[in-house]
Design a binder for this molecule. Structure first.
Ligand code: OAD
Length: 244
């Protein structure tokens, strides 16, 4: 199971590319790249503060809940590109590596020190409001004094190799690969269903629109994730070891 921003759309989290999507009003390279952070860390932190604030008021929807139940039932983690933490919230944070979502692009609630590289979750971080002065001294700092950055993957950065290897292992071992609410444009995540297909898996896409994955999918289910996914997974269509 691979998910993208569409699975959280009905929780009120804006997608990246759809109408009202996050990249409609911003250029990704101005906000989500190491270069952007180096040249204007206040702007970048404001954007992440705004997203942290927005997401912290959102709750999992019926699709997250059905996916969490499926994960528990099959002991298979969902692979997600989302940084909103809603899959984890739906699971109730069991701290179980067989079930905990693999957040390929990191987490909005994680921070990493740009100096010592220490990474941790920090939901209490003081937000950087829109009116914040432009002095980087006002930005969140690590105990070592280094500037903290969001622990998300930015454009031009590599994904965590161990996480990606685990994803390859999961998709290469599945017989059905469900791909939910992603535009299938951003690699390497968009390549995972192709890995599954190459090893004989059936690809089922759930999306409100067509994507580049649609023509190679075995089945396309058109509709919002919160109604399609519970109907699909609650039918018991997947059992241990079969789906991903
Ligand atoms: P996108 O915003 O690119 O795509 C969201 C997809 O969800 C679209 O194909 C929509 O049609 C679909 N969608 C919208 N509402 C839906 C609903 N209710 N039910 C089902 N589908 C729905 O988001 P992603 O594909 O997740 O990466 O974007 C991939 C990556 O691009 C993100 O993780 C982010 C971004 O740049 C980084 O920031 C590294």
């Amino acid at each position: 199971m691979l998910t993208g921003a569409g699975v959280s759309a009905e929780s009120g989290v804006p997608t990246f590319r759809g109408p009202g999507g996050l990249w409609r009003s911003y250029r990704p390279e101005d906000l989500a790249s190491p270069e952007a952070f180096a040249s204007d860390p206040v702007l970048v932190w404001r954007w992440y503060s705004w997203r942290r604030d927005l997401v912290s008021r959102c709750v999992p929807n019926a699709a997250h809940e059905a996916i969490a139940a499926w994960s528990r039932r099959t002991s298979t983690p969902v692979i997600t590109q989302n940084v909103d933490g809603l899959h984890s919230l739906a699971l109730g944070r069991p701290g179980d590596p067989d079930v905990d979502p693999i957040e390929l692009h990191g987490s909005l609630f994680g921070v990493r020190c740009t100096a010592c590289r220490d990474e941790k979750e920090d939901r209490t971080l003081e937000l950087v409001p829109d009116g914040a002065d432009r002095n980087p001294e006002s930005l969140p700092r690590c105990e070592c004094g280094g500037l903290l950055r969001p622990a998300v993957v930015w454009f031009g950065e590599a994904l965590d190799e161990a996480k990606l290897a685990r994803c390859h292992e999961i998709v290469a071992g599945c017989s059905v690969c469900l791909v939910v609410g992603t535009s299938s444009l951003v690699y390497p995540a968009a390549g995972l269903p192709k890995v599954a297909q190459a090893t004989g898996a059936t690809i089922i896409e759930v999306n409100v629109t067509e994507t580049p994955l649609t023509p190679i999918s075995d089945k396309s289910l058109r509709g919002p994730a919160s109604s399609v996914i519970p109907a699909l997974l609650d039918d018991g269509n997947t059992s241990k070891g079969q789906g991903s």
